[in-house]
Design a binder for this molecule. Structure first.
Ligand code: SF4
Ligand code: SF4
Length: 66
């Protein structure tokens, strides 16, 4: 049987201070900066590496497998 491709959900909460670290470090260019906060641009590109999550200085971003 063909294995289903994993999908990920990325959330950014209000604690985001707009440092841009996650946007710069994401290897798949999922995130963008807008109005001094990080936003999800193209979630389908996410590879679930969680680098954004571990990089964020204020724990504002979380990655989950769905
Ligand atoms: S989990 Fe990895 S690929 Fe997905 S948004 Fe975060 S840094 Fe980008
Ligand atoms: S690393 Fe955290 S605080 Fe910085 S822009 Fe990303 S979500 Fe916001």
């Amino acid at each position: 049987m063909k294995q289903k491709k994993k999908k990920y959900n990325v959330r950014i909460n209000k604690q985001c201070i707009g440092c841009g670290e996650c946007v710069d470090i994401c290897p798949a260019h999922v995130l963008i900066m807008n109005q001094k906060r990080a936003y999800i641009d193209t979630l389908s590109r996410c590879i679930g590496c969680s680098v954004c999550e571990t990089t964020c200085p204020v724990d504002a971003i979380t990655v989950r497998t769905i």
